[in-house]
Write a protein that binds this ligand. Structure first.
Ligand SMILES: Cc1cc2nc3c(=O)[nH]c(=O)nc-3n(C[C@H](O)[C@H](O)[C@H](O)COP(=O)(O)OP(=O)(O)OC[C@H]3O[C@@H](n4cnc5c(N)ncnc54)[C@H](O)[C@@H]3O)c2cc1C
Length: 395
């Protein structure tokens, strides 16, 4: 199938495609089997300077927009889902720092020196024991004392936390702040510890290495991202998460259907003149794959258009009910479509797809895409959309 999203885009996506093919894909089965960090892919991205793709050009980065970042994450996920997810999560944190931290001396230096210069990897800690999956509330609070601050957080899930160079953490603004009055705080290596790190023995996305841990950090008050996390969440974290995740889930489904297409082509070569039994099913699945791609790319392009306007105009659009519904609908649709399309690939391939040791195996793809609907629970998102739809007038 000639539907690689990078085929028509720039150098950033082409370099990532090469890493996906030559480095991420050959290690993907081992990363999955051993639930280990995909060090080879991340080292290759770092060596190619691709970890700073989301840093604005004003700070020396590639200044890639959402569409290009989505294509990059999709390209990498075609080789290794966990690598694609790690890259997406890193870009989400970088985007939060670039869009809400830039302009202060601390974050300007972090973007330029640590992210571009040293190609550091940033992890995210939004989850917390006691908030029950709701990222917009926190139990923990940052304690500021003059120029210094400290924070302790009991996190349920931290992807690649032990492999990252920095952690971006949500918390309450102060000990007496309400649970929803949150800020983002950045901690760099040496400023924090992760204790009581749990196990990450999961059905899928095993290479993201995402166990819970008790986080403790301290640093300078300048490391608190200016403004409210509520704004950073609506303007940046939610759109980047839902669009980049959808893109990489698309990439996983596309790779599974690539395997089905190779299988069908093999059948056609074996019996010339006879349309293989699985070909019509593959054709229907491919149409759905294209619809999924148009869905996430349409949202990415819309975001890029909005992001080209002044921040005040972005605020109006990205905090509207219509945009929130659109982001949530994208997330729900793509997280549910991806495992369905891998299921279709399996039906087309049959036993060679079911086995874990053939070039047509799709078991890993299947298990990895099952995480999609849980990663911010679709039920939780549907409940939010249900209440927004009660008051939403589509004009
Ligand atoms: C691969 C992977 C990587 C992750 N990486 C990170 C990371 O790096 N950092 C981080 O902080 N977190 C991470 N997470 C955690 C993620 O952000 C969410 O916090 C987590 O997936 C939600 O967990 P939960 O199912 O317990 O939460 P909940 O949302 O509370 O869901 C629990 C159950 O309640 C149901 N439910 C919830 N709300 C409603 C509702 N309103 N109506 C009906 N049913 C409802 C859900 O369907 C589900 O069955 C990761 C998760 C995954 C899967």
């Amino acid at each position: 199938m000639n539907d690689h999203p990078g085929a028509a885009s720039g150098a950033l996506v082409a370099s990532t495609e090469a890493i996906a093919r030559d480095i991420a894909a050959p290690h993907a089965a081992d990363v999955d089997a051993r639930a280990r960090f995909p060090i080879e892919s991340i080292d290759a991205l770092r060596a190619a300077g691709l970890l700073s793709a989301a840093v604005p050009s004003s700070h020396g980065g590639a200044g890639a927009g959402m569409t290009e970042l989505g294509r990059q994450c999709a390209a990498l996920a075609r080789g290794c889902s966990a690598s694609g997810m790690i890259l997406a999560m890193h870009h989400i944190q970088v985007a939060c720092l670039a869009r809400h931290g830039a302009g202060t001396p601390y974050f300007d230096a972090f973007l330029r020196d640590d992210l571009v210069g040293r190609q550091q990897l940033v992890a995210s800690i939004t989850s917390e024991n006691g908030t029950f999956g709701d990222t917009r509330t926190s139990v923990c609070a940052v304690e500021v004392d003059g120029d210094a601050m400290t924070l302790a957080k009991d996190a349920t899930t931290i992807s690649y936390g032990e492999h990252a160079d920095a952690q971006l953490v949500t918390c309450r603004r102060a000990a007496d702040a309400a649970s929803g009055d949150q800020v983002l705080v950045l901690f760099t290596k040496g400023q924090y510890t992760l204790a009581e790190v749990g196990q990450w023995d999961t059905l899928g996305m095993r290479g993201t290495c995402s166990p819970g841990a008790k986080f403790k950090g301290s640093g300078s008050a300048a490391q608190i991202v200016p403004g409210a996390f509520g704004d950073a969440s609506a303007l940046t974290m939610v759109p980047y998460s839902h669009i980049l995740w959808s893109a990489l889930w698309w990439g996983i489904a596309a790779d599974a259907l690539d395997r089905a297409a190779r299988f069908v082509r093999g059948e056609a070569r074996r019996k010339p003149g006879v349309v293989p039994a699985g070909a019509p099913r593959l054709a229907r699945a491919h149409a759905q794959l294209q619809a999924m791609r148009h869905h996430w790319e349409g949202c990415a392009r819309a975001f890029d258009e909005i992001a080209a306007t002044p921040m005040a105009a972005q605020h109006d659009q990205l905090t509207s009910i219509g945009w929130a519904l659109r982001m949530n609908e994208l997330k729900m649709a793509c997280s549910e479509k991806a495992p369905q399309l891998v299921h279709e690939a399996l039906q087309v391939i049959g036993i060679l797809g079911f086995r874990n040791d053939t070039p047509f195996s799709v078991g890993r793809h299947y298990r990895d895409t099952l995480s999609a609907s849980l990663m911010i629970s679709n039920e939780r998102i549907a409940a939010k959309n249900a209440s927004m739809l009660l008051v939403y007038k589509d004009d």
